[in-house]
Design a protein around this ligand. Structure first.
Ligand SMILES: *Cc1c(COP(=O)(O)O)cnc(C)c1O
Length: 388
């Protein structure tokens, strides 16, 4: 039987066991310990962010990022519809309302539509952006760097400035992606807006099992992030809590994994880049009706996820590709279900969503783990070319 080729799995062949063993042997396994401090410092150093605060998951980080951005009950937050639902759910945790935006051809939020929405559907009153249809205050926008690509950050930062919006970058999928050119040359995904958030779940480019990180150049905000993530403890001896906090801190065991994973991140990116180039050249040159989607020209992507786009929908459907590769023991997946179509969000406001449907129907993600060999990649391509 053919060996199973998974979509995206952890690669733990570095110092993971050594550091985790050390954490266990020293009996620092909970939400304190040297690996947490070390992971935060090394992570901040890698993405060149001011400060990093580790937390329990990407979702927890996004929840705190919204709180730190001042999002409260009855506010609205602009979010993409084409994303993983974790980027949107925290808006609901705060009893605020999402407004869904379309994507552009990078599959990230469409900045032309965002701008048009702010201009034509909203009014700036006392420097607050008010949504004409709901009368509510739009406080923030959450942008997601999809599959290793970069959101058009200069555009979103300009719009945010003009309309007084806070910007949160969900940079989970683009850890390691940075601008090669332009206003933000050298800047990493997650470090441009007010707050950046990353997840280290099992399928991400580096993993801590479960875990997340928040970064900001504002040390005051990061101090508050740490405070809120540790039950808002104002006095550790007398247990004084002046606010409602959360148990969102990362554990030392997770951080031990994270330190070891971060050491290998650039190596993982180089493997992912090589495998991506094989897919791209073979599929684009040799297979009619399919095309590998690319990344923005002005970035060094992290090549996290590979997306094949169905050009010829008479010959291919995403169902056909996914099922036929599954028969060959190759795991692929469709893009996420659009969030504005999910049950909790069906009645939320949307703005001119068009392209997201197209990508939803036509994109399939191909195996992309950093321990995938070139032979595995050739095998996937061979099986794709055999689909008729
Ligand atoms: C995986 C992912 C998350 C979720 O993070 P968790 O750590 O699983 O809570 C959030 N946003 C995006 C874009 C993701 O891909």
């Amino acid at each position: 039987m053919d060996k199973f080729i998974p979509l995206s799995v952890p690669n733990l062949k570095g110092n993971e066991l050594k550091y985790v063993t050390d954490a266990v042997e020293t009996e620092w396994v909970s939400t304190g310990g040297a690996y947490i401090d070390r992971y935060e410092a090394e992570f901040a150093n890698y993405v060149n962010a001011g400060t990093a605060v580790a937390c329990q998951s990407g979702t927890a980080g996004l929840h705190l990022a919204l709180i730190l951005s001042g999002v409260e009950k009855y506010h609205e937050v602009i979010v993409p519809t084409l994303t993983f639902i974790a980027a949107v759910n925290p808006v609901k945790y705060l009893n605020a309302y999402p407004v869904f935006m379309d994507c552009d051809d990078s599959m990230c939020m469409d900045m032309a539509k965002l701008k048009e929405f702010c201009k034509t559907e909203c009014t700036l009153i006392d420097n607050k952006l008010i949504n004409n249809s709901s009368g509510r205050h739009i406080k923030a926008v959450v942008v997601v760097h999809v599959f290793g690509n970069m959101v058009d950050m200069p555009a979103v930062m300009d719009i945010a400035k003009e309309y007084n919006l806070k910007v949160i970058e969900d940079a989970t999928e683009a850890l390691g992606t940075y601008y090669l050119d332009g206003r933000y040359k050298g800047k990493y995904a997650g470090t441009i807006a007010d707050i950046g958030v990353y997840s280290f779940n099992g399928n991400k480019i580096i993993t801590t099992g479960g875990g997340g990180m928040m970064v900001s150049s504002d040390t005051g905000i990061m101090k508050r992030a740490k405070y809120l993530s540790t039950q808002a403890k104002d006095d550790a001896v007398d247990f004084i809590h002046n606010e409602v906090g959360y148990n969102y801190r990362m554990t030392n065991l997770q951080a031990a994994l994270g330190v070891a994973q971060l050491e290998q991140l650039e190596h993982f990116i180089s493997i992912k880049k090589e495998n991506y180039s094989i897919y791209k050249s073979r599929i684009n040159d040799d297979i009619n009706g399919l095309r590998m989607l690319g990344f923005r020209d002005d970035i060094r992507p992290n090549y996290w996820f590979y997306s094949v786009y169905i050009v010829n929908t008479e010959k291919y459907s995403r169902k056909k590709i996914i099922e036929s590769l599954a028969n060959d023991h190759i795991q692929t997946r469709p893009i996420w279900g659009l969030i504005h179509e999910q049950k909790p969000y069906m009645h939320a406001q949307t703005y001119k969503i068009e392209r997201a449907f197209d990508y939803y129907n036509r994109v399939v993600n191909l195996p992309c783990s950093s321990n995938l060999s070139a032979d595995d990649v050739y095998k996937v391509i061979e099986k794709i070319s055999a689909i008729s």
